[in-house]
Design a protein around this ligand. Structure first.
Ligand code: GDP
Length: 207
């Protein structure tokens, strides 16, 4: 998929105020510092698309970007940030939960995980919650350039194994990426492209 255009549309904290367009939407979420902004910039080949919305004060919002005029990339706030107060955490949880439960256009979410770390409780719980609510998601492992191929393989295997010892019968699809080495773009964009193609194909049919 060629990225012909990537435009920031709106930031807000209410799902009801998200753009009212029926185009497929993909959410990106993960712990703070996981490499989400870098990944979004790598995918869209824009130097600071995600950072534009990442100005202080904007980081805790739902950020919509329109790509190629036919899909939305949604940059959600990073979770698990220790400095956020309990009250802020609750508010955050509420609107993010609402976003996932209510956003009909959401066709797939990408949960970002730093490939160097062992499975973290907060990520596991979040994925479990997505599964329980039948919200489709994939895992994106980030920062793969920091490890040797053998270690990447070992860490991914350990991660998937951990998921399968939980409630999962089948592991979610996953992608291995590095924003600094431009790895993973050629897997993720065609994946999005094929979901988009199905979405628009279904719209053509009367039933
Ligand atoms: P965010 O908080 O999840 O948006 O994370 P950022 O994209 O701002 O990245 C957090 C830190 O990780 C920054 O110092 C980035 O330079 C670094 N980083 C992000 N992606 C990669 C990557 O693919 N490889 C390496 N080596 N560092 C990365």
């Amino acid at each position: 998929m060629l990225i012909k255009s990537a435009k920031f549309i709106i930031s807000n904290s209410e799902v009801a105020k998200c753009p009212n367009e029926s185009i497929p939407e993909y959410a990106f979420i993960g712990r703070s510092n996981v490499g989400k902004s870098s990944l979004i910039n790598m995918l869209t080949q824009r130097k600071s698309l995600a950072k534009t919305s990442g100005r202080p004060g904007k980081t805790q919002l739902i950020n919509h970007f329109k790509i190629n005029d036919n899909w939305f990339l949604v940059d959600l706030p990073g979770y698990g940030y220790a400095k956020v107060s309990k009250k802020d955490k609750r508010t955050f949880q509420k609107y993010i939960t609402n976003y996932f439960l209510q956003r009909e256009q959401l066709v797939c979410s990408f949960v970002l995980v730093d490939i160097r770390h062992e499975p973290q409780k907060i990520d596991m719980e979040f994925m479990q919650w997505l599964g329980e609510n039948q919200i489709p998601f994939c895992i994106i492992f980030t920062k793969a350039d920091k490890l040797k191929p053998k270690v990447i393989e070992r860490n991914v295997d350990a991660y998937i194994k951990e998921l399968l010892t939980g409630v999962w019968e089948e592991a979610p699809q996953y992608f291995i990426t590095s924003s600094s080495k431009n790895i993973g773009r050629d897997d993720i964009l065609p994946f999005i492209g094929s979901i988009n193609a199905d979405f628009y194909e279904r719209q053509k049919k009367p039933f």
